[in-house]
Design a binder for this molecule. Structure first.
Ligand SMILES: [Fe+2]
Length: 355
């Protein structure tokens, strides 16, 4: 019979009762028998406590609005409702390694300047003309934009428009905390001074040209807003130029233009287009992935769970569960995972097709 309590398969269970007094004695010296937990510590293939889950924006938006009535952005520091994996309540995790939450800022509010070791991405869900400032440069954000706040970069957010602004935050903070390597500083003023014209980074680094003798060496991309208009145009052009990938449709990765590597050192980020009627082939990988729908409707099967999705919905696919996605209309989906970190450590594996 299959035992799944983590005990090594070779252990004679009938003999364990006689060993109990020894285990109790060893415990007083902070010693524990590895053979009782070995199977669980070193599973034969990925085992995750995370479950597939979907957050339908229509259902959760009222909660964001209610949070606005209860607490100001300045009081909350960041007014965010965390998307908790249903199997990990209270852990502020959407996957084991990633934090995700929806942040809302009302007109006139400011989320005060701070910096921290954890790196963050923002994916804009609703509203426009609010800004994020990173290291002295502001970027005005629109739905579908992908914005990076690199590790230890000063950042603040503000809304100078006349409508609420909502974005999805994705952070690597659980990776940082696994290493107990977190630092955080509050800036003495609510806002970090602006020292560069808005949007400079996109000209400086995002136009296939680089300043002569530049010495940019940060591990994170120097571009910190990848605007949706350009992403969407790129995906559309791909549909005219090449066949869809059977497992991903038209899927592009966001990169650091200086190195060609992923845009962030710990989080991989993509945007993909699934044309109407397209169904992806079964695919699984070791990187649990968060998806945010920008346009279109469709459905997904992740492991044994099936659900439909539409614009602004968010869903999560845990590690090593097969996933299949079907588009009922042309669908554009943003996604992120810890793949880049796993690649650096040599952990990443994927399987195309369920044979
Ligand atoms: Fe922050």
């Amino acid at each position: 019979m299959k035992q799944d309590d983590g005990m090594a398969a070779t252990v004679n269970r009938a003999a364990e009762a006689a060993r109990a007094p020894f285990y109790d004695k060893a415990k007083t010296k902070h010693l524990a028998p590895l053979w009782r937990v070995l199977g669980g510590l070193v599973p034969a293939e990925p085992v995750t406590p995370c479950v597939p889950a979907v957050w339908h924006y229509k259902e959760i938006r009222p909660y964001l609005m209610e949070a606005c009535e209860l607490i100001r952005a300045e009081e909350a520091e960041r007014r965010v409702l965390t998307l908790e994996n249903p199997a990990l309540p209270g852990e502020s995790r959407i996957t084991r390694s990633l934090f995700a939450g929806l942040q809302i800022i009302l007109p006139g509010e400011t989320a005060p300047a701070h910096r921290h070791m954890a790196a963050a991405l923002r994916f804009i869900v609703e509203g426009k003309n609010a800004f994020t400032a990173v290291g002295g440069e502001k970027t005005v954000m629109e739905p579908g934009d992908f914005v990076i706040t690199p590790s230890m970069a000063w950042h603040d957010h503000g809304n100078e428009s006349d409508e609420p602004m909502v974005w999805l935050d994705g952070l690597d903070l659980h990776m940082v905390n696994m290493f107990d390597a977190s630092f955080r500083d509050a800036y003495p003023e609510p806002r970090h001074p602006t020292t560069r014209p808005n949007g400079t980074s996109n000209y400086e680094w995002g136009m296939n040209m680089l300043p002569v003798d530049h010495d940019y060496r940060d591990m994170s991309s120097p571009i910190f807003n990848y605007p949706y208009t350009r992403t969407r145009e790129t995906l559309e052009a791909m549909t005219r130029a090449r066949p869809a990938d059977p497992w991903h449709g038209y899927k592009m990765r966001y990169i650091n233009p200086l190195t060609g590597d992923w845009a962030m050192p710990t989080i991989s980020v993509w945007m993909q287009l699934l044309q109407k009627g397209f169904k992806t082939q079964a695919y699984r990988a070791t990187d649990a992935t968060v998806f945010a729908v920008v346009e279109g409707t469709g459905s997904s099967r992740i492991g044994n769970v099936e659900f439909t999705w539409g614009p602004k919905d968010i869903f999560v696919a845990p590690s090593w569960l097969f996933q299949e996605h079907s588009a009922a209309s042309d669908a554009v989906i943003f996604s992120f995972s810890d793949r880049v970190a796993q690649e650096k450590l040599g952990y990443f594996r994927e399987q195309k097709g369920n044979q």
